[in-house]
Write a protein that binds this ligand. Structure first.
Ligand code: HXC
Length: 518
C-alpha cells in the first residue's frame, strides 16, 4: 500500500466513522437533547469506564426497500453495540439510537443485539441493554417481529447464565417490553422511561379510559405499583451510577462467585441490636436499622425499594463477602406476606441462587395477609413461589428469627425444613402455629365461655400460650433452630456461618426443570 493511497483509505475510514457517529443527523440529536435525553453514544460513554468502549457492527445497514426505507439508511442502523468495562470488569452493551427511525428494531438491529448476546454466553460476560425505541420497525413487518423473537429466545437462554440488565431510557411499547421483562433487573428514569403493552391512544379507543403515558407506564408506576422496574432514578446519570453499584455485587456469570472485597471490616458485638425491637410485641420497627448494623458499613443496596415494601430485598456484604438479604419489614403492613411480597422475594431468591450469592433471611412475620383480595388474587400460588424458591436454592442459606414467625409464613421464610443450613433466633423470637390471641380463641373457646370470668380466663390462657410457644426455646429444643443468640452477636454469627458454608455443595434431584407455580 503506497503512502498516499494508504492515507486516503484512512481518511475514508475516518469519514465513515464520523458519519456513523452522527446517527440520524444533527437535527434529531438536537431533538433528543431537547427532550432531556442523552444520545445512545453519550449514554454508553457515561456508563462505561473512560475510553473502554469498542464498537462493533458500526457499518451495518438495513436491506429494506419498502415504504421509502431505501432512502433512509444509516450506518449502524438503530442500535449502537459493543463491549467495554465498568469498574474495570468486562461488559457487553447495546444502546438503541432513537435518532435513527425512532430506535425502531429492524432485522439487522436485532442481529446486532443477538451477536452481543452470543458473545455474552460464550465468554460469560454480563450484558446491558439501553432501550429507547418505537418498537418493531413498522416498515419491515414480519422481519422485525422475527428479530424480536431471536432476542427473547436469547434472553431466556441466557437467564441464569450471565446477569442481564436493562435500562429503559425512552419508550418501550408493545411486545418490545418482553425482552426487558425477561432480564434480571430493570432500571427506569423519571420523566423519560415508559413501558406498556398498549399506549394511551389504543386504551382510549378500546376502553374509553383517558390516561397519560406517564400514569400508564412511567417510572413511578412500574417501581411502586407493578413491580416491573427494580430501580428508579431522577436522571440518567443517577441511573448509570446505580447500574455500576449493582454490578459491583454480581459475578460475571454463573460459574463465578460474587466479587469479594478485601477490607478490614470489624466483627465485633453491637449492643444497639438488643434495643431495636420494641418490648411490646405488636409495635413496629424498621428492619433496615437491623440490616444496616449487620452488614459492612454502607454496603446495603436495596432492590425493589418502592415495591412490596412489607418485604426488603437487597445485596450487602459481611466481612467483604456478598450476600442477598431478605427481611420482613414490620413497619409496613406489620411485615405480613402478601402476593407482591412473595413474588418480589421469590424472584430475588432465585437470582441469588443462580449466581452463587448466599442468602441471609431476617424473619419477623405474623403470617400471610388474610382477605378476599389476596385469596382471589391467588396468594396460594404466589406464596408457593417463595416456598419453592427457598427450597430449590442450593446456595448457603442462613436465617435469623428476630421476633414473630407464625404458621405457614414461618415455614416459608427459610425455615430448617426448606434446607436452610444455619437457623438462628434472637431470644425475642415467637415461633408458633399462630399468634397467642388467635390460637386461644380457637382452641379454648368453650373453656373461656364456660368460665365465671371469661376475660380473666382468656388472659390467663394467652399468658400460658406465650410461655409455651412465644419464645424460641421449644423450637431450639427440637433442633429446628441451631442456636439462640444474643442480638449483639448477629453479625459475628452470620460471618462465621458464611465461612463454614463457603465450601457448600448441594444439588437437586435430576430433572429437566421443576414446575414453579407461576
Ligand atoms: C418505524 C418509527 C417507529 C416504528 C417511531 N418511528 N416508531 N419508525 N417504526 N415503530 C419513527 C417516526 O416515524 C419518526 O420518524 C421517528 O421515529 C421519531 O418518532 P416520533 O413519533 O416523531 O417521536 P415521538 O413523538 O417521541 O413518539 C415516540 C413514540 C411514537 C411514542 C415511540 O413514535 C410511537 O408511538 N411509535 C410507534 C410505537 C409502536 O406502536 N410501535 C410498534 C409497537 S408493537 P421521523 O423520520 O419522522 O423522525 C411492537 C411489537 C413488538 O413493537 C413485538 C415483539 C413480539
Amino acid at each position: 500500500m503506497k503512502n498516499d493511497s494508504g492515507e486516503k483509505l484512512i481518511n475514508d475510514l475516518n469519514a465513515m466513522h464520523e458519519k456513523a457517529l452522527m446517527g440520524g443527523g444533527q437535527k434529531r440529536i438536537d431533538s433528543q437533547h431537547k427532550r432531556g435525553k442523552l444520545t445512545a453514544r453519550e449514554r454508553i460513554e457515561k456508563l462505561l469506564d473512560k475510553d473502554s468502549f469498542s464498537e462493533i457492527d458500526q457499518f451495518v445497514t438495513h436491506e429494506s426497500n419498502d415504504f421509502g426505507l431505501e432512502e433512509q439508511k444509516f450506518l449502524g442502523d438503530s442500535v449502537v453495540t459493543g463491549f467495554g468495562r465498568i469498574n474495570n470488569r468486562k461488559v457487553l452493551i447495546y444502546s438503541q439510537n432513537f435518532t435513527v427511525l425512532g430506535g425502531s428494531l429492524s432485522l439487522v438491529a436485532s442481529k446486532k443485539i443477538c451477536k452481543l448476546m452470543d458473545l455474552a454466553e460464550k465468554n460469560g460476560i454480563p450484558i446491558i441493554g439501553i432501550n429507547d425505541s418505537g418498537g418493531a420497525r413498522i416498515q419491515e413487518g414480519i422481519d422485525s417481529l422475527a428479530g424480536y423473537a431471536e432476542i427473547f429466545k436469547r434472553n431466556t437462554l441466557l437467564s441464569g447464565v450471565v446477569p442481564q440488565i436493562t435500562i429503559i431510557a425512552g419508550p418501550a411499547a408493545g411486545g418490545a417490553v418482553y425482552s426487558p421483562a425477561i432480564t434480571d433487573f430493570i432500571f427506569m428514569v423519571q420523566g423519560i422511561s415508559q413501558m406498556y403493552i398498549t399506549g394511551p391512544d389504543v386504551i382510549k379507543s378500546v376502553t374509553g379510559e383517558d390516561i397519560s403515558h406517564e400514569d400508564l407506564g412511567g417510572a413511578d408506576i412500574h417501581s411502586a405499583k407493578s413491580g416491573v422496574s427494580h430501580f428508579i432514578a431522577k436522571t440518567e446519570e443517577d441511573c448509570f451510577n446505580d447500574v455500576k453499584r449493582l454490578l459491583s455485587y454480581l459475578p460475571s456469570n454463573n460459574y463465578e462467585n460474587p466479587p469479594k472485597i478485601n477490607s478490614n471490616f470489624e466483627l465485633k458485638k453491637d449492643e444497639i441490636l438488643r434495643k431495636i425491637i420494641p418490648e411490646e410485641s405488636n409495635k413496629p420497627y424498621n428492619v433496615l436499622e437491623i440490616i444496616s448494623r449487620i452488614v459492612d458499613t454502607n454496603s446495603f443496596f436495596e432492590i425493589h425499594q418502592y415495591f412490596a415494601k412489607n418485604i426488603i430485598t437487597g445485596f450487602g456484604r459481611i466481612n467483604g463477602n456478598v450476600i442477598g438479604i431478605i427481611a420482613n419489614q414490620p413497619s409496613e403492613m406489620a411485615g405480613m406476606l402478601d402476593i407482591d411480597a412473595s413474588d418480589k422475594a421469590a424472584r430475588f431468591v432465585r437470582f441469588c441462587d443462580a449466581f452463587n450469592i448466599p442468602l441471609v433471611t431476617l424473619v419477623d412475620v405474623p403470617g400471610f395477609m388474610p382477605g378476599t383480595h389476596q385469596e382471589y388474587g391467588g396468594i396460594i400460588r404466589h406464596g408457593a413461589k417463595l416456598l419453592y424458591a427457598y427450597t430449590e436454592a442450593t446456595v448457603p442459606k442462613i436465617s435469623v428469627i428476630l421476633r414473630k414467625a407464625y404458621g405457614g409464613a414461618y415455614i416459608v421464610m427459610s425455615s430448617k425444613g426448606l434446607r436452610t443450613d444455619i437457623n438462628l433466633a434472637w431470644p425475642t423470637a415467637e415461633i408458633a402455629v399462630m399468634g397467642p390471641e388467635g390460637a386461644i380463641n380457637i382452641i379454648s373457646r368453650k373453656e373461656i365461655s364456660d368460665s365465671e370470668n371469661p376475660d380473666k380466663k382468656k388472659t390467663e390462657l394467652i399468658d400460658d400460650y406465650k410461655e409455651k410457644f412465644a419464645n424460641p426455646y421449644v423450637t431450639a429444643s427440637k433442633g429446628y433452630l441451631d442456636d439462640v443468640i444474643d442480638p449483639s452477636e448477629t453479625r459475628i454469627k452470620i460471618a462465621k456461618s458464611l465461612d463454614l458454608l463457603s465450601t457448600k455443595i448441594q444439588s437437586n434431584p435430576r430433572k429437566k426443570h421443576g414446575n414453579i407455580p407461576l
